[in-house]
Design a protein around this ligand. Sequence first.
Ligand code: ZN
Length: 265
Amino acid sequence: MLKSLASKGLVLYNRNYREDDKLVKIFTEQAGKRMFFVKHAGKSKLAPVIQPLTAADLLVKVNDDGLSYIEDYQDVTVYSHINEDLFIMAYASYVAALADASLPDNQADSALFVFLQKTLELMDEGLDYEVLTNIFEIQILSRFGIALNFHDCVFCHRTGLPFDFSFRYSGLLCPDHYHKDERRCHLNPNVPFLLEQFQAVKFSELESISLKADMKQQLRAFIDQLYDEYVGIHLKSKKFIDSLGDWGSILKNRNEEDSHEKNSH
Ligand SMILES: [Zn+2]
């Protein structure tokens, strides 16, 4: 049955369907993720609202048993800074894919919608996209049914110590209890400290977060371990980010040189 409703929506991806039609997966605030059918997509008045990572106020007809339809739209948001930077685009696509993977279709989750939209906005404003991605990854763990305690030692519950993480106990070990797990992670204690901050961070506080490259690398490595151990999904967009890491720094340096040259002319 088709039901009309007005909702904000964010395009997750689209794909070709038949000759010039498209199927567009949109995360709507009111009705969750839905697959929309757009006829003659190239010539359609809907063309501006089917590109990935475009947000808009939509008037839609949603269908619980099949494809949904976009009736009209207004206030289209295109994240132009994200779109023009391969690196930010890669991270933005990954957080959108994570949101997609964490939620079944047709199930509303307006808190997740708002969180995703805000994360993309902040990436677009130029805040550190790697840190924003880490925060998103940590906060979305609960959607995968994972609750991790980065606050106190699993044995003595003391807080504020240089903690390490143990996969064996799925929690923190304080220095007095490091010996409980010979295969503990041997983390820099700043890693679990930051993850606890990330679990509760407010958007208003994000502008003040600034981390060194080495710290970001350690966070990346440990969050990858957490995802391997507890979530076990393998997203194409994440593999792409990992491959960027291999040649990304070379490309980045090139870009910086290019822009210096441009500026000096
Ligand atoms: Zn302890």
